[in-house]
Ligand binder design. Structure first.
Ligand code: UDP
Length: 143
């Protein structure tokens, strides 16, 4: 079995509505292991850097305002096929298009306030994990 890691965020709308536990439960029930986690309140600079690929898009300001509006949980998930598998668990970006039973279908407020983030490729996962975590903050949970 090849273990893969992805980067995940519980966004401000979900933290504010006390959904951290519910979302962590869904992550664990899906078979992913949390190998690092912390709560942060992003600065503007951190949010702009994290979402640099979206700079210049019409929703960029709204996104940065949202992501700096309150605390978030950031975590690293590990398991089999974790990048694609966690994207599937999250559902589509716009909750109106997200499949039933996905995190966004169940918890997102709208297209921007959509409760969760997950890396979309191995390259993004690597960049995003190291954006928020030092190597020694990741725990080895293999058994
Ligand atoms: N977003 C938005 N409007 C859009 C597209 C995206 O507000 O039309 C926000 C939304 O919070 C989304 C984030 O910007 O999760 C990043 O967009 P991306 O296309 O990377 O979607 P994701 O990978 O999060 O599904």
């Amino acid at each position: 079995m090849t273990l893969e890691r992805t980067f995940s965020i519980v966004k401000p709308d979900a933290v504010q509505r006390n959904l951290i536990g519910a979302i962590y439960q869904r992550i664990e029930n899906a078979g992913f292991r949390i190998v690092a986690a912390k709560m942060l309140h992003l600065t503007r600079e951190q949010a702009e850097g994290f979402y640099a690929e979206h700079q210049g898009k019409p929703f960029f300001e709204k996104l940065v305002n949202f992501m700096t509006s309150g605390p978030i949980m950031v975590q690293v998930l590990e398991g089999e096929n974790t990048i694609a598998g966690y994207r599937e668990l999250m559902g589509k970006t716009n909750p109106e298009e997200a499949a039933r039973g996905t995190l966004r279908a169940d918890y997102a407020v709208n297209h921007t306030f959509n409760s969760v983030h997950g890396s979309d490729s191995p390259e993004s996962a690597q960049r995003e994990i190291s954006y928020f975590f030092a190597a020694d903050e990741l725990c080895d949970r293999e058994d």
